[in-house]
Design a protein around this ligand. Structure first.
Ligand code: FAD
Ligand code: NAP
Length: 336
């Protein structure tokens, strides 16, 4: 059934008031193919919606929103070292994490509590605390919008990068991801390289971690510093961390000795939150929006913000960071 004039406010974590002219909720590949083949809908612009947690809506969607609700988690293969877990794209990401932890499938515990759905996870190769989706990714299936054909993508087909994939670039708007298969470990290989995890495990009195306790540590840290979108609208990190030539980092370091920098291949990754904070934005309220008091990288909606207002704030932040450091920030959030 196609719904008309649907408010998207409950469907985006910024809590922005935008309307969809049409919306189709699909819970199977066949239902999705039927919508794609519907001649009455052929002319409509199509927009794929997951959990709406990486989205800035600056206007109404004058077309068809396809809300991905494909369910189901199953073990599709097993070797002595690995489980292969296939999940429908409409499964809530954190529910998949909890399912894996409960069953002893290791590898995604650092990615606990990331909002959104499984189908969007490959879009920007979600990452947190030193682990990215690509580290556990096996393959995905996606439906081509133009033909309705189902295609399979390997990790190399997805061209994963730092918060990047082929679906954000060359194949943007062409495929709807319908399922994702992960290759998870039977024997955990813990990554506690981010100091905050070690500190939290110590605080909890845990000397030998399990996937459950690492997940709990990540959940505790996230809940202590990130605003809950149910309470304060936001879309997580608004900008990517800029990766710059190491020579540029060294020049910046000469002027700003405390500037954080992390190796990223031959280059150096800067912390966008630090740069924004140095420009005085952290905790600043601008009209109905602002930069969060505990994490400057997170822009928030204090209740009545519009997408345009948040977009303008992001422009001001980008130009002040450029003026102060000569570094161009890039938005991580998908702006519509
Ligand atoms: P949406 O916002 O619904 O969609 C995002 C984009 O993907 C849109 O362009 C949409 O059209 C497209 N899309 C969605 N589903 C599909 C599909 N099935 N097929 C094709 N295209 C699709 N991200 C991180 O990487 N790491 C974090 O630690 C992290 N923390 C966050 C914390 C908070 C509090 C919030 C609010 C966000 C955070 N994010 C983080 C960002 C966000 O949660 C992820 O990017 C998430 O994967 C988005 O999923 P979604 O289902 O909400 O996508
Ligand atoms: P943080 O721990 O305060 O660190 C600030 C930044 O420094 C992070 O962005 C992180 O880069 C980088 N960093 C810190 N320690 C590092 C290390 N040991 N090696 C390499 N890089 C390091 O960051 P935070 O804001 O609380 O976020 C914690 C984690 O959750 C981060 O991985 C972050 O990406 C993720 N997160 C993402 C979103 C989102 O919407 N994308 C929202 C909230 C949290 P990276 O970002 O590259 O990891």
């Amino acid at each position: 059934m196609i719904e008309q004039n649907v408010s998207l406010k409950p469907y985006n974590t910024f809590g922005l008031n935008a309307q969809a002219k049409l919306m189709a909720r699909v819970n199977s590949v066949a239902a999705l193919q039927e919508v794609l083949a519907d001649v009455k809908l052929k002319k409509e612009e199509r927009f794929i919606l997951g959990g709406g947690s990486n989205l800035l809506l600056t206007k109404d969607i004058d077309g068809l929103v396809i809300k991905n609700e494909l369910a189901g988690i199953e073990v599709v293969n097993e070797t002595p070292e690995h489980f292969f877990i296939k999940s429908g794209a409409g499964v809530v990401w954190h529910e998949l994490v909890l399912h894996c932890i409960a069953n002893g499938y290791a590898g995604i515990e650092n990615l606990s509590l990331i909002p959104g759905n499984v189908g969007a996870a490959p879009m920007q190769n979600i990452g947190a605390y030193g682990v990215e989706l690509k580290d556990v990714f096996h393959s995905l299936e996606a439906v081509e919008m133009a033909t309705g054909n189902v295609e399979s993508f390997s990790a190399s087909d997805c061209e994963f990068g730092y918060r990047e994939s082929v679906f954000k670039r060359k194949l943007k708007g062409q495929f709807i991801i319908s399922s994702v298969t992960l290759k998870l470990n039977k024997k955990p290989n813990f990554n506690t390289s981010y100091g905050a995890i070690e500190e939290e495990l110590q605080r909890l009195g845990i000397s030998s971690p399990s996937i459950k306790t690492v997940s709990q540590a990540v959940i505790n840290i996230r809940q202590s510093k990130l605003p809950d979108p149910k309470v304060l609208g936001n879309s997580g990190s608004f900008f990517k961390n800029p990766v710059v030539p190491t020579s540029q980092y060294e020049e910046l370091q000469a002027k700003h000795p405390n500037i954080p920098g992390y190796p990223a291949g031959d280059e150096t990754k800067l912390a966008a939150g630090w740069l924004i904070e140095q420009c005085g934005w952290k905790g600043k309220v601008v009209g109905n929006t602002g930069s969060h008091a505990k994490q400057a990288l997170v822009l928030v909606n204090y209740g009545n913000a519009t997408g345009v207002e948040i977009f303008k704030l992001s422009e001001q932040i980008m130009s002040s960071v450029y003026d102060a450091f000569g570094v161009r920030l890039e938005r991580e959030v998908n702006v519509y």
